[in-house]
Ligand binder design. Structure first.
Ligand code: NAD
Length: 256
C-alpha cells in the first residue's frame, strides 16, 4: 500500500514537466494520493492538462493566479464540491521581476519587492487559510524554498528575502495550525534546471558550484525531491512541523 493511500491533495506550481511541483505530484500520485492541480494562466493551461491528464481524464485542473484572492477562493470552493475535504497542499510557486534577479540588490525597487513577496511568500498564507477548513482530519502543507533565504547567493537578491519570509511564514503557520493537526514544512532544494531557475542570472554556474562543493558531489534529482515531498506528506513525518528540510546533497552544511 502507498504511503498516501486515500489522501486528497492539491498542487500549485506545475508549469511544465521540469517543474519541481510535477516531480512531487508524481511521487504523491505514485503513493496513492488523488490530486487536483492549478495553473497560473491560459498560457500554461495546455501543459498542465497534458501532464495532470495522465493521472486520469477526470483530474481536477483549475486556474489560479495566487495574487488573486478571488481565484484562490474559487479553487478551494471547487475542491470542496469535488473532494469534500483535503489532506495535502503543495506550494511550489515563486516569482520576481527579472531585472531584480540580475542587478545589484541595492537597486531593488519597491514594486519588485512587493511582487516577489506577494507571489512567493504571502501566497502560502492565503492558500493555507483557505485549505485549513477542508483539512478536517489534519493535513500536510509543503512549500519550496532555497538557501538564498539564509545566506547571500549572488543574483538571487530579492527572491532570497522573499524565501526568508516564506520560511518564517512556515513557522508561524505551523504554530497557528498545529492544534488542527495541520503540519507546515519547507523543502529547501538544491538548484534544479527549471523555467523559474533560468530567470536567475548565472544559474548554470550554480549547478557547477554545487557539483564541485556539496558533500555528495552532485546536484539533486527531481525524483529525490519527490521522495522527500512524499515523506513530508506522510504519517512518517507526523511529528515534523515548521521545519526547513534541506534536500541539496548536503551543500548547506559546508563552511568552505
Ligand atoms: N529550480 C530551483 O533551482 C529551485 C530551488 C529551490 C527552490 N525552488 C522553488 O521551487 C518552486 C518551483 O519552482 P520551479 O523551479 O519548479 O520552477 P517552475 O517555473 O517550474 O515553477 C514555478 C511556478 O510558479 C508559478 N507561478 C509564478 N507566479 C505565479 C502566480 N502569480 N500565481 C500562480 N502561480 C505562479 C508558475 O506558473 C510555475 O508553475 C519555487 O518556489 C522556486 O523558488 C526552485
Amino acid at each position: 500500500m502507498g504511503l498516501l493511500e486515500g489522501k486528497l491533495g492539491i498542487v500549485f506550481g506545475v508549469a511544465n514537466k521540469r517543474s519541481i511541483a510535477w516531480a512531487i505530484a508524481q511521487a504523491w500520485h505514485r503513493e496513492g494520493a488523488k490530486l487536483a492541480f492549478t495553473y497560473q494562466g491560459e498560457r500554461l493551461k495546455d501543459n498542465v492538462e497534458e501532464l495532470a491528464g495522465t493521472f486520469g481524464a477526470d483530474t481536477l485542473i483549475l486556474p489560479c493566479d495566487v495574487t488573486s484572492d478571488e481565484q484562490v477562493r474559487n479553487v478551494f470552493g471547487t475542491v470542496k464540491e469535488s473532494f469534500g475535504r483535503l489532506d495535502l497542499l503543495l506550494h511550489s510557486v515563486a516569482f520576481a521581476p527579472r531585472e531584480a534577479l540580475e542587478g545589484d540588490f541595492l537597486n531593488t525597487s519597491r514594486e519588485a519587492f512587493r511582487i516577489a513577496h506577494d507571489v512567493s511568500a504571502y501566497s502560502l498564507i492565503g492558500l493555507a487559510r483557505e485549505a485549513a477548513p477542508l483539512m478536517d482530519q489534519g493535513g500536510s502543507i509543503v512549500a519550496m524554498s532555497y538557501y538564498g533565504a539564509e545566506k547571500v547567493i549572488p543574483h538571487y537578491n530579492v527572491m532570497g528575502v522573499a524565501k526568508a519570509s516564506l520560511e518564517a511564514s512556515t513557522r508561524y503557520l505551523a504554530y497557528s495550525l498545529g492544534k488542527r493537526k495541520i503540519r507546515v514544512n519547507c523543502i529547501s532544494a538544491g538548484p534544479m534546471n527549471t523555467l523559474a531557475a533560468r530567470g536567475i542570472a548565472g544559474f548554470g554556474d550554480m549547478l557547477k558550484h554545487y557539483e564541485a562543493h556539496s558533500p555528495l558531489g552532485r546536484n539533486v534529482e527531481p525524483s529525490e525531491l519527490g521522495h522527500t515531498g512524499a515523506f513530508l506528506a506522510s504519517d512518517g513525518a507526523a511529528a515534523i512541523t515548521g521545519q526547513v528540510l534541506y534536500v541539496d546533497c548536503g551543500y548547506q552544511i559546508m563552511g568552505m
